[in-house]
Design a protein around this ligand. Structure first.
Ligand code: 4UU
Length: 484
């Protein structure tokens, strides 16, 4: 990591050089090479087996884009909400909306009606894609959302939804041809997605991520020192198992989009259960795993996860919460993974999300670190007391700067100014230090953010739930009634 004394400060720059921002929108970038792997599987539900090849996915997304514009009547810049668990249709819906120039806001389907309402009303959602089980929630809140017009239901099990006014997702797609999409003229600087994050303080806010933000972050990850598959002629043999949700930026950009642009097969799970996860390991023999520390802990401690289930795995990335040195050591020991580096990614929703990643050549002495700066990314570590830039090994707040940093918070200039300063530094609210080799270590947080299994949850809801639940050692919520 190159550090230069800039004025009084210490500016930390990436060892991997700069990055050019592709002058494309997300659809042009993601689908650039899809014909190369057209008939290969793109996304498969690990439970139902429902699957789309790249070609089927490409056409279904374009048809959905056409339906949003020509049937539902949305126009470029409108907002669609996704209230869905991970499933193949998630991919079609989000990439259809993106292709139509429609902004997508995604929400955790486990949220309470009030949480969903707050996000959808703030984002001015006009249409929502959901599943039959969540129609009652949506019907409860949608009359209060000002410009709301239409619900679309993904219904693979053909549940009777005839009492609702929702349109069926498959029917909608099959009644549109991929060719009648109006030219929506989407620019790299347009907003592509609007995930919500509480950032460093206060209530959840819409994070405006542009097409350029998302695709430049994929480019930053695609460096020979950071990505196993750069330079391989065909990565479509790779199979990724991801239970991590697409409604979180980690699942959406670092996993889903990153896999799609490389032609990899993504196996999804709508919900984590130990049985489902094990079944998928056995059935699909993944070559890549994306995890959060609580999932690593589960695999390490659960006797039914046998070492041979990970025999095909070449690549493991953990992120969204701290993975300690001892967790990594126990995991490696159990699965005989001495030759694999368990790599950590660090970032925020506000940075699309990746800022730091463990490089492929990291020595095991760096386990516990969140890696090095991605290309085109700069950092500073500033003292919590004096604001002065810290030298190596001294901790302070981590500030980051790069083309992956959001455009700002939706309709909230004050929060944007509090988080991104006049020189473009994103104040992360995380306490970090770096070592002499440019590896960063996150040691604490100064912000209010609360995470459960890598997902954000919001203070007032936790307050409510804590009266009814407690967390056990595996960070699982245990209802107190059952305990008494
Ligand atoms: C300690 O969780 C995320 C982003 C996750 C991510 C990023 C890059 C995963 C893989 C990857 O390559 O975003 P948010 O907005 O939900 O939460 C951001 C916060 C950070 O500010 C930090 O407090 O989540 C925490 N965090 C981490 N903490 C994120 N990654 C890490 C990590 N270690 N590796």
């Amino acid at each position: 990591c190159y550090s230069s004394a800039a004025g009084k400060g210490i500016l930390l720059q990436s060892d991997y050089g700069t990055v050019a921002v592709p002058q494309l929108n997300v659809s042009q970038f993601i689908w650039k090479d899809y014909e190369k792997w057209g008939d290969k599987p793109m996304v498969t539900c690990g439970i139902s087996g429902k699957s789309y090849t790249f070609e089927q996915g490409r056409y279904a997304a374009t048809r959905f884009a056409s339906a949003l514009i020509n049937q539902i009547g949305l126009k470029k810049g409108d907002v669609v909400g996704l209230l869905l668990p991970n499933m193949p249709e998630y991919v079609i819906a989000i990439h259809g909306a993106i292709e139509a120039g429609i902004i997508t806001t995604f929400v955790n389907p486990m949220y309470t009606p009030e949480e969903v309402y707050r996000q959808f009303a703030d984002a001015d959602v006009r249409c929502c894609v959901t599943i039959p089980e969540l129609l009652p929630l949506l019907e409860k809140i949608s009359p209060r959302i000002k410009n709301y017009t239409q619900t679309v239901v993904v219904n693979p099990r053909k549940v009777d939804v005839s009492k609702s006014s929702a349109i069926d997702f498959d029917q909608l797609i099959s009644s549109h041809s991929p060719s009648n999409l109006a030219d929506s003229n989407i620019k790299p600087s347009d907003i592509a997605v609007l995930p919500y994050s509480s950032g460093t303080t206060g209530l959840p806010k819409g994070v405006m991520l542009t097409h350029a933000n998302l695709i430049v972050n994929l480019e930053q990850l695609h460096h020979p020192s950071m990505c196993t598959f750069v330079g391989t002629t065909d990565a479509s043999q790779e199979i990724t198992l991801s239970v991590l949700p697409f409604f979180h930026i980690y699942g959406f950009n670092a996993i889903l989009n990153n896999n799609m642009r490389q032609g990899m097969h993504l196996v999804t799970l709508p919900k984590f259960t130990p049985e489902n996860y094990l079944q998928c390991l056995i059935k699909f023999k993944p070559t890549q795993l994306y995890v959060v520390p609580s999932l690593m802990l589960f695999m390490t401690s659960h006797p039914s996860v046998k070492p041979e289930y990970l025999a095909t795995v070449k690549e493991i990335v953990s992120g969204a919460a701290p993975s300690t040195k001892s967790l990594i050591a126990n995991f490696k020991n159990k699965f005989y993974l001495s030759k694999i580096t368990i790599r950590q990614g660090y970032g925020m929703t506000e940075s699309s999300p990746c800022v730091l990643l463990t490089p492929l050549d990291a020595k095991s002495s760096k386990d516990g670190s969140v890696g090095k700066l991605l290309k085109g990314t700069e950092a500073r570590v500033v003292s919590l007391n004096t604001g002065a830039d810290q030298p190596a090994h001294e901790s302070g707040e981590l500030l980051v700067r790069g083309p992956q940093v959001m455009k700002g918070y939706w309709k909230n200039d004050a929060a944007t100014k509090e988080t991104i300063d006049a020189e473009g530094w994103l104040h992360t609210g995380d306490v970090a230090y770096y070592d002499d080799d440019g590896y960063f270590f996150i040691i604490d947080r100064t912000k209010e953010l609360i995470k459960v299994k890598g997902n954000q949850c919001y203070g007032w809801e936790v307050d409510k739930k804590l009266k009814m639940f407690r967390l056990n050692e595996q960070e699982t919520l245990i209802p107190l009634k059952r305990l008494s």
